[in-house]
Design a protein around this ligand. Structure first.
Ligand code: C2E
Ligand code: CA
Ligand code: CA
Length: 625
């Protein structure tokens, strides 16, 4: 795609017009200057001639009075010093020619002016004629006539015209060059602006503006031809995290590599747009075959499975893709975009790196999601969160040994909400930081209060989400909270999921060691759902392993789950790790786990999660479960 309304075509025409206008202006100025110069040359000629005439007239008084022709001729011939003067004549009182002087041709017969009192002149094309009365004691006694030629004046004027024209032409030439340059600079600037308006400078893909324009026109086309059109919206998974932790430089480089990858799997004529921070889009015309949309989406997902190399480091980044179809899902840009977005969020909620076609049920979900984000902020301010506690039981003695803190949100209109409804969004938006700190502080305060009431000491487990665990301020925040609440770290356990452990093994080990050194205990949550190998676990300073409830659910009937659970318990024990079984709901499960020497159990069979008051009552009663 190019900047569509480029001014390139109009520019040269505009430039010619400018030059023409300037040329015309210069011509008019030249003509004015020449006219002024002509007038000034004429008036200086007249002034010069008139001065000489006054002298000659004064000198002629005697010659006229004494009718001395020879003297008069001599006086007139003094005018030969001026090359402008062609001829001169002196007339007596009766207007008869008394004396004359000619340079080239004889004087024609002529009339002296009727009223000869004032000096007069008459201008012709080739000559100017002057009359000057000769007076004695206030009375006119004769008339002096002089004819000046204009040859010299015309020569001067021609010279003047020539130089003026030269200067004007040179000015025009310089202006044309300058204007050309200016024009090119303007065209270049306009092209640059056009580029910036339409393209993203990081990835060099067309941007959201270009996308909107193109989408609208393709949609109009699809309407006219009654064809189908598909919109794919792509959103990178967890990109914000990389950007936040490794900086924008790495983030930008990564975006460029992602853009190249995506481009590499589509046809040359297909366009991918960068429509937001980590959002891309593609429009597919003539998408009659909806399966093709799915094929392309899968190609995108597949393209990003290979590591992305930035600064010689490997990054793995997933992409969640949603698609909407015209006319099935909507008739206008706004609806189709909203639907594709909803489908994309749905893909994210289905575990990311996933493609979803829009369906009507997603509508409701996507608007709920938007509300949720702002409501979560309010919830934090207005303290709508609660911590509930699920007891953990020693499977042999059945005594209460611990409690897992589980967050709840007492929503003002929707009732009690469970973490799966809001923790993923809190993670995505970064609100998890403050929510996580609140959980830690509340759990520590509560544990401290139970200690002070001298109940049977139990260890409180707090879940740490991935983003929260990776936050630079984690250790600092925990230190502050422990200090403020005077909580004994030995009574605090942090649960980290297996996938968080595997994310970046080196830094994770360092961080876990730091936390362990502070005296806290560490447990691996949801064990079995990730891909960690047992051997690998040796490297982490963890002490407990929580078998995910999906493995517990179908034991002892399901032989696969039985095999996995048995192997996990045995290997954990060989690594000196304690095992907690999650989600125990039946006696059969308990018996089986007891037989396998599983250490601790947690589940509805013993207790659901209890609110703060219920948990306190349970501790006070000292009951076994
Ligand atoms: P999880 O860490 O696996 O927590 C155990 C979940 O299993 C809890 O769900 C609990 O109510 C449920 N559960 C316990 N026993 C049984 C049982 O016998 N049967 C069944 N079907 N379920 C049982 P909950 O409270 O909805 O929490 C869901 C997840 O939310 C937790 O999974 C945990 O990953 C996360 N979560 C909870 N509280 C927090 C928190 O404060 N911070 C963070 N970051 N995540 C939390
Ligand atoms: Ca947990
Ligand atoms: Ca768990």
């Amino acid at each position: 795609m190019t900047a569509s309304n480029s001014p390139q075509g109009a520019a040269p025409a505009l430039s010619k017009l400018h030059i023409l206008a300037l040329g015309f202006a210069l011509l008019m100025a030249s003509v004015c200057l020449i006219l002024v110069e002509y007038a000034s040359l004429r008036s200086s000629l007249a002034a010069g001639v008139e001065v000489q005439m006054r002298i000659v007239a004064g000198n002629s008084v005697g010659a006229l009075m004494f009718k001395d022709n020879a003297a008069a001729d001599e006086i007139l011939s003094s005018l030969s010093a001026s090359s402008d003067i062609d001829a001169a004549a002196l007339y007596d009182i009766g207007d008869a020619r008394f004396a004359e002087y000619t340079r080239v041709q004889a004087l024609p017969e002529f009339q002296t002016p009727q009223t000869a009192d004032d000096p007069r002149h008459r201008s012709g094309l080739r000559h100017t004629e002057f009359w000057q009365p000769v007076a004695y004691a206030g009375n006119r006694i004769g008339m002096l006539y002089v004819r000046a030629n204009l040859t010299k004046l015309y020569r001067q004027l021609a010279w003047y015209i020539a130089t003026t024209s030269m200067v004007m032409l040179m000015t025009l030439f310089a202006a044309a060059i300058l204007l050309g340059r200016l024009q090119r600079a303007v065209v270049h600037a306009e092209e640059r602006v056009g580029y910036l308006v339409n393209y993203d400078t990081v990835t060099h893909l067309p941007n959201r503006y270009a996308f909107n324009q193109r989408f609208q026109s393709l949609l109009d086309e699809a309407k006219a031809t009654q064809s189908r059109l598909a919109l794919l919206v792509l959103d990178l998974d967890d990109f914000k995290l990389i950007n936040d932790t490794l900086g924008h430089h790495v983030g930008d480089s990564l975006l460029r590599v992602v853009a190249q990858r995506l481009m590499s799997v589509v046809r040359h004529e297909d366009v991918i747009y960068r429509v937001g921070g980590d959002e891309f889009a593609m429009i597919l015309s003539h998408a009659e075959d909806v399966e093709r949309v799915e094929v392309i989406a899968q190609k995108f997902i597949h393209a990003l499975t290979e590591p992305l190399v930035v600064d010689e480091r490997n990054f793995y980044i997933g992409v969640s893709i949603g698609a909407s179809i015209f006319p099935d899902d909507g008739n206008d840009v706004a609806h189709l975009l909203r639907d594709a977005d909803a489908a994309m969020y749905h893909a994210k909620s289905r575990g990311k790196n996933n493609f979803q076609m829009f369906s009507e049920e997603m509508h409701h979900k996507s608007s709920t999601r938007l509300n949720l984000e702002s409501e979560l902020r309010i919830a934090m301010e207005q303290q709508q969160f609660e911590l509930h506690y699920q007891p953990q039981v020693d499977l042999i003695s059945r005594k209460l040994v611990g409690a897992e803190a589980l967050i709840r949100w007492r929503h003002p209109t929707r009732g009690l909400l469970y973490p799966n409804d809001f923790i993923p969004i809190a993670e995505e938006t970064g609100l998890i930081g403050s929510i996580g700190n609140w959980v830690l502080r509340t759990a520590c305060q509560q544990a401290k209060s139970w200690q002070e009431q001298r109940f049977r000491p139990i260890r409180v487990s707090v879940n740490l989400s991935g983003r929260q665990f990776r936050e630079d301020t984690l250790v600092e925040s925990i230190t502050t909270i422990l200090h403020e609440t005077e909580m004994n770290p030995d009574m605090l356990e942090l649960e980290i999921t297996e996938s968080v452990l595997m994310d970046n093994a080196e830094t994770t080990v360092a961080r876990l060691k730091e936390l362990r050194a502070m005296g806290m205990h560490l447990a691996i949550d949801d064990f079995g759902t990730g891909y960690s190998s047992m051997a690998y676990l040796k490297r982490f300073p963890v002490e407990r392993l929580k078998i995910d409830r999906s493995f517990i659910r179908d034991i002892p009937q399901d032989s696969d789950d039985v095999a996995i659970t048995v192997a996990t318990i045995q290997m954990a024990h060989s690594l000196k790790l304690e095992v907690v079984a999650e989600g125990i709901e039946t006696l059969a499960q308990t018996e089986f786990l007891c037989d396998q020497r599983c250490d601790v159990g947690q589940g509805f069979l013993f207790s659901q999660s209890l609110d703060q008051q219920q948990m306190t009552d349970l501790l006070r009663s000292g009951k076994t479960l």
